[in-house]
Design a binder for this molecule. Structure first.
Ligand code: GDP
Length: 451
């Protein structure tokens, strides 16, 4: 997955710079050149990359930095800030409010992932307590209504469409009317696409837009078009007032970086993510995104997941353990249980600092899930005393052999699991003293971690 590779390459470049005995111009240039190469490989525009390099060099003026300054940290921070600047998509033209009816119209070329995304967008909000509904105004593509109907039924979302009516404007109007009467607060209208941009598509979009008066028009774009994304978005914007962009298929394309950076460049759009599965829909938030890209984790997203998945009465205890910073094998076991439960495992892992790159390489989620389960079998063969100890002093050869025998796993795997424990304990200890925000205060935490 290209973004994971990009993140890995940038982190490696920063790590190499950090490991250098002396930070001089040569080390800085090498680090920046490596980052430049990684961004260009991810299809980010040359001009943007060159600007970023220039800006970092302006901020990190090694000659002016007196001895005692933490040059490594200043460079890391400058890279983080520049990436955030580069990838900041700006604000959406409209933010729907729960309980108040909003009409959201989806536009885009055929095959971009519009219909799939409509349902994911609805499902994402439904999980957060909204009352969404789907209207299929795509009468151009045979099977579009069936697809939306199938998706909506699976997600238990009300839908509207017709097999016989060929006028998309009429369907859109009727659907919006009906769901307004039913007090739905997020009425999503899926429109037709075409294989390429053409007059008929834009005219139809305009008519549907005039008839339904959408509060927000979302342009859905396939990330594989890379740097052409910007021109495509502009062409759509000239016909209807696009207020947000959703980039799809970020799970598989080498040009994801190009599409993403082009959209963000003019700060004229607001981006959501759409990964492959129904659950994997995410609002793009630049700081947590860059943190995760660089393997620094996204605590605000993680906390949101905790609030979503961990039963309310267990949350305080878990958060308490986090802030205490002491980590036992039992805590690791419980966290693995939570992670398996939290679903789309890749997403959850990438939010936790330290967990992301090593235990859970992107694109190998199934493998990692199986590994976690094996680790849990091994821990099932441990005594309470072993599980509750916050160091591994008890783990002598005979205990390790007993755990291996008990779980039916090779000794080397038990050792590997204990190594993983040591690594995670180190990460966990960094959380000591962390101020845990209440729900709704997540961004503050994210700022603390990233600052
Ligand atoms: P539409 O013509 O714009 O409505 O596109 P569809 O929603 O029918 O999607 C076209 C194809 O892309 C379908 O096979 C979808 O399963 C697939 N698709 C949509 N979104 C994603 C995504 O985020 N990742 C991947 N891998 N496939 C996607």
């Amino acid at each position: 997955m290209v973004l994971a590779q990009l993140g890995g390459s940038i982190s490696k470049a920063l790590q190499r710079m950090s490991n250098a005995t002396i930070i001089d111009e040569k080390v800085l240039n090498e680090c920046l050149n490596e980052i430049t190469r990684a961004l260009l490989q991810a299809d980010v525009q040359f001009r943007m990359v060159a600007d970023m390099q220039k800006n970092i060099k302006k901020v990190v003026n090694l000659d002016d930095l007196a001895a005692g300054h933490n040059k490594r940290r200043i460079i890391q921070q400058a890279v983080f800030n520049e990436l955030c600047k580069m990838l900041d998509p700006g604000k959406p033209s409209f933010t729907p409010k729960k309980g108040k009816p909003s009409v959201i119209m989806f536009v885009g070329l055929q095959g971009s992932g519009k219909t799939t995304t409509c349902t994911k967008y609805a499902y994402y909000h439904q999980k957060k307590g909204w009352k969404p509904a789907l209207v299929c105004a795509d009468t151009f593509r045979a099977g579009a209504f069936d697809q939306l109907k199938q998706n909506a039924t699976k997600a238990k979302i009300p839908f509207y469409g017709s097999y016989t009516e060929s006028d998309p404007v009429k369907i859109a109007e009727e659907g919006v009317e009906r769901f307004k009467k039913e007090n739905c607060d997020l009425i999503i209208v899926d429109t037709s696409g075409r294989h390429k941009q053409e007059v008929a598509l834009f005219e139809e979009m305009r008519q549907v837009s005039e008839a339904t008066k959408p509060d927000l028009i979302i342009f859905v774009m396939d990330s594989s078009i890379g740097q052409a994304a910007f021109d495509q978005a502009q062409a759509f914007k000239q016909s209807v007032s696009v207020g947000a962009v959703i980039v799809t298929k970020m799970d598989g394309h080498a040009k994801g970086g190009g599409a993403l950076s082009c959209c963000c460049y003019k700060k004229s759009c607001y981006i959501h993510w759409n990964w492959e599965h129904m659950d994997e829909f995410e609002v793009f938030d630049v700081k947590p995104f860059v943190s995760r890209l660089l393997g620094m984790g996204d605590w605000s997203g993680f906390m949101d997941k905790i609030h979503e998945v961990v039963p309310t009465d267990q949350q305080p205890e878990l958060l308490q353990k986090l802030t205490e910073g002491s980590f036992t094998l039992r805590i690791m076991y419980e966290q693995f249980q939570n992670i398996l439960k939290m679903g789309p495992i890749g997403q959850v892992f990438s939010m936790i600092p330290g967990f992301s790159s090593e235990l859970m390489p992107k694109g190998r989620e199934q493998e990692s899930q199986a590994k976690i389960k094996r680790y849990m079998y091994m821990m099932d063969s441990m005594t309470n005393e072993e599980l509750d100890s916050s160091n591994l002093k008890l783990m002598n050869d005979s205990r390790i052999m007993r755990i291996a025998r008990g779980s039916g796993r090779p000794i080397v795997e038990v050792m590997e699991m204990l190594e993983e424990y040591k690594r995670l304990a180190k990460v966990w200890s960094k959380m000591k003293g962390l101020k845990i925000p209440k729900k709704g205060e997540m961004s503050a935490l994210s700022r603390n971690i990233n600052a």
